[in-house]
Design a protein around this ligand. Structure first.
Ligand code: AR6
Length: 168
């Protein structure tokens, strides 16, 4: 498996799966979530509503992942995962690691060969960039997967630099 980092907008990626840093409602939001829904169009929200009605009436729990259509994105699937809100009082890093592990598990189930991840929790959920990057890179390295192209697509310079350092 190859891991690469790129600077830019994840909605422009061509990949089998694009990961969304969603919230439990699965009904959209700001940040990368808003960008994915805007670029991918209404089919994604429709699929999320169906998931709410069928499997996730109480929302998608933090640390889990689920796939939908990618709508108009240059991808086959969007994999929605819910990162933890960073807390200064409680170590929630296992939940952040779970987002990457579960996304790869879903990608394997789908047969995805390539996947693009944003820096889950590193925006609205306030996770410090260095720690977010370290957890993301370490978890992907440790997770057995059939996905052979893993990309981290980072939107801002600070987060990109943190991933560069984490990758070594
Ligand atoms: N492409 C790649 N990365 C992006 C893009 C983009 N188009 N836009 C933002 N980022 P965030 P979170 C980066 O806030 O912290 C939403 O409202 C951003 O700079 O999108 O997990 C959800 O609905 C940051 O580095 O996600 C939830 O309510 C990273 O993506 C909540 O925010 C993650 O920032 C989730 O918060």
């Amino acid at each position: 498996m190859g891991i690469s980092i790129l600077k830019g907008d994840i909605t422009l990626q061509h990949a089998d799966a694009i990961v969304n840093a969603a919230n439990s409602s699965l009904l959209g939001g700001g940040g990368v979530d808003g960008a994915i829904h805007r670029a991918g169009g209404p089919a994604i929200l429709e699929a999320c509503r169906d998931l709410r009605a069928s499997r996730y009436g109480r929302g998608l729990p933090t640390g889990q992942a689920v796939a939908t259509t990618a709508g108009r994105l240059h991808a086959r699937w969007v994999i929605h995962t819910v990162g933890p809100v960073h807390s200064p009082d409680e170590d929630r890093s296992a939940l952040l690691a779970s987002c990457y592990r579960e996304s790869l598990r879903v990608a394997d189930e789908l047969g995805a060969a390539s996947i693009a991840f944003p820096a889950v929790s590193a925006g609205v959920y306030r996770w410090p960039a260095a720690s977010a990057a370290q957890i993301a890179v370490a978890t992907v390295r440790e997770t057995p997967t059939e996905v052979d192209d893993v990309r981290f697509v980072l939107f801002n310079d600070e987060v990109y630099a943190a991933f560069e350092r984490a990758l070594g």
